[in-house]
Design a protein around this ligand. Sequence first.
Ligand SMILES: O=C(O)[C@@H](CO)OP(=O)(O)O
Ligand SMILES: [Mn+2]
Ligand SMILES: [Mn+2]
Length: 570
Amino acid sequence: MNFEVQGIRVNISRAHRWKLRPHPKIRQGKKLMVIILDGWGEQIPDEYNAIHVAKTPMMDELKKTAPDRWRLLRAHGLSVGLPSDEDMGNSEVGHNALGAGRIFEQGAGLVDSALKTGKIYEGEGFKYIQQAFAKNTVHFVGLLSDGGVHSRANQLSALLKGCVNRGAKRLRVHVLLDGRDVAPGSAIKYVEALESELEELRKGGIDAWIASGGGRMAVTMDRYENDWSIVKRGYDAQVKGEAPHKFSSCGEALKKLLEMDPKLNDQYFPPFVIIDSIGQPIGPIVDDDAVVTFNFRADRMVMAAKAFELEIFDKFDRGKLPKIKYVGMLQYDSDLKLPKKYLVSPPQIDKTSGEYLIHNNIKTFACSETVKFGHVTFVWNGNRSGQFSHSMEKYVQIPSDVGIAFNMKPEMKAIAIAEKACDALASGKWDQVRVNLANGDMVGHTGDLNATVIGCEAVDQAVKIMLDAVEVVGGIFLITADHGNGEDMVKRNLKTGAPILDKGGKFQVLTSHTCNPVPIIIGGKGLQKGVRFRRDLPGAGLANVAATFINLHGFEAPWDYEPSLIEVLD
Ligand SMILES: O=C(O)[C@@H](CO)OP(=O)(O)O
Ligand SMILES: [Mn+2]
Ligand SMILES: [Mn+2]
């Protein structure tokens, strides 16, 4: 559409037309169930593939009986906006792509470029922390590994050096141990590397130490307000210098805590504080210090950001809040403007499918359990809090189990989520019912193969319950996943695919996501005859899904979305 402003002809980009054209062949008005299986990839069907070992009659049948409506999608690397195809997928980039229908360069790559070009040092965020360089301490809080899902150790190293080169004199690092995106037991490797970097800095006259630490699942990195006590433990160690365990170095902490509990996985290490020779913590966060949370991924930093920044805060007793200069590596929530200051601007994910749907009168119900709730809402909507429309969208959260590792209850809330979804569908109020089933991922991350098998069986049962409900209303279903995890529970020789065994013949557990493709399946009584997957998009990925479900709702997808996966044969 064209119009004139002050004599200049302006063309309103087609992207801003929220009204979508009716699909030429697919009718509107069918109910659509969108099911995201978290951490459910496709991989060699052997004994270390929990999804293969699990009894999954529903998913097996869908694969066998509808070859035109079952295919694989890329869910890692460049297909989801990560720096390279060596990068495994993750929930944030996966759900961003699913919901936005396009590929956006994600935090990992944005931080890499900002560090490489030096732009990171020119922004408002850096200038803010720079005020603490001359007389105060700069603290770095974040996940120490090269998993690349939430953070990357080489970005921390570059930032530490960048701060020193620009005048910082006193640095403290508060490390969160991984063992989830990287091998369990590998934390020591990252700690040693960091300790030697800090030692180098000390040789140059900089006062630089690791000041506290703990495992990511026990300290700081909770998400979606599942368990504030995790954030409190981190806050107490980092800010107050208080923790149940005190050691003279981080290396010693890891060694001693492992001696106390040899089975302890890095991600569950209790909080610890490093103390000096007279027993005082060497790096509590105090007035006028600067604090950087160096994770680029939002979900597991939002709560800590609130604890560091919000004046009004009632989640736990912070004591006297020090007056700090706090920045995030990225802004973690652009709607809440949290944190206010940050080093790198997050991806601007706009015009997501959810917003199009409400403009086209498609009403959405979204549901998951707490640990994945934000994935099908906040992350799906381009890291945007809340609903686009309160009357046209409803988001329901089923409380996750708290205080246990998920291999203790691997069924998680799959059945409860399925039942909620069925009720929503049967109510007739909602056109799209969207759920995330967490088991393949959350149980997969524990590295417990048997428990993951049980978790995947629960997922299959939940899928069956939901597909039966779709059948009753004559609707359509679309099942896919955000990345792999449960389909591979063992470290493999990259060339042969053979499992790597340790000296005792035991397999080496894989707790991380994978680079495997994920399935996508469509079906249901309401699916128009002749609809099948196109054959000309062999390299399609998660970003092609949004156009696909917009078609299934009976609309043409926005022109700038990645192409739809389906075609309709006459
Ligand atoms: O647990 C998490 O934070 C990540 C892995 O680091 O998993 P997901 O991307 O599936 O949320
Ligand atoms: Mn996930
Ligand atoms: Mn995961």
